[in-house]
Design a protein around this ligand. Structure first.
Ligand code: ARG
Length: 236
């Protein structure tokens, strides 16, 4: 699977060890924002509690990337922690970076077709006995139709149009990957540059019949929220 170069790590700002500080993923957007999941940041009292690591594949005390302060946190106004609807947030960084490359948003209104391959990445749990890797991991997973995913032996109707499913038995995102990217390719010359989904929730991890559930970036309200949150003149 490809490397999601715009992968970011959300860190607890007070912890200097990156591996110890990492609690979620995110995607660099326009060099100055991080698109992540609302559930990753809805409990944060102040943006100063969060820092972001960009350009890094290894979480260690001597990191190759850049740790950047967060100046604002915006949560989708329709975020619903009970239904997990609209699980999208945007962080503003204290500085603009030119490397790595930023993500491209999936088209407004787009909904990934069943079978489309997504590359999903993060530093989240890789085992049933929790194991958190230091190196960024990624996996290719097929999109599962909303109809199948809402079946009686799967999520039984819990997957709304602000979400979509992707995964296969043994292949999934997991705890610690939340907020991170699920990507597709807009062309062969720009592999996996398009942010199609945001790691959101699931029943267990990689279990048969229960794929990962992703916030759908192409959902019109999700898309419009991201665009508005990254164009607000009060962001500077
Ligand atoms: N909510 C989890 C987190 O906070 C992500 C769960 C994703 N689960 C899954 N089976 N894909 O890290």
């Amino acid at each position: 699977s490809a490397i999601n170069v715009f992968q970011a790590a959300l860190l607890q700002a007070s912890i200097t060890n990156d591996r110890g500080a990492q609690f979620c993923g995110g995607s660099l957007y326009q060099g100055r924002y991080i698109v992540t999941a609302a559930h990753c940041v809805d409990f944060i009292a102040s943006p100063s509690e969060v820092a972001v690591l960009v350009g890094n594949r290894t979480l260690s005390t001597t990191s190759q990337g850049k740790r950047i302060e967060v100046t604002s946190i915006k949560i989708h106004p329709a975020w619903n922690p009970n239904s997990e609807d609209s699980d999208v947030a945007v962080l503003t960084l204290a500085e603009t970076v030119t490397t790595p490359k930023s993500a491209v948003l999936a088209a407004r209104g787009s909904d990934p077709a069943a079978g489309t391959i997504n590359t999903v990445s993060g530093w989240g749990n890789t085992e049933s006995t929790p194991a958190y890797p230091t190196e960024l991991r990624s996996v290719d997973v097929p999109v599962v139709s909303r109809t199948t995913c809402n079946g009686a032996s799967s999520y039984g109707g819990a997957v709304s149009s602000t979400m979509y499913c992707a995964g296969a038995t043994g292949k999934d995102s997991c705890q610690g990957d939340s907020g991170g990217p699920a990507t597709t390719s807009s062309s062969s010359s720009t592999p996996y540059n398009t942010l199609t989904g945001i790691v959101s929730w699931g029943n267990g991890c990689a279990d048969a019949g229960f794929p990962g559930v992703y916030a759908r970036v192409g959902d019109p309200a999700n898309y419009d929220f991201i665009v508005a949150a990254t164009q607000d003149p009060t962001n500077g």
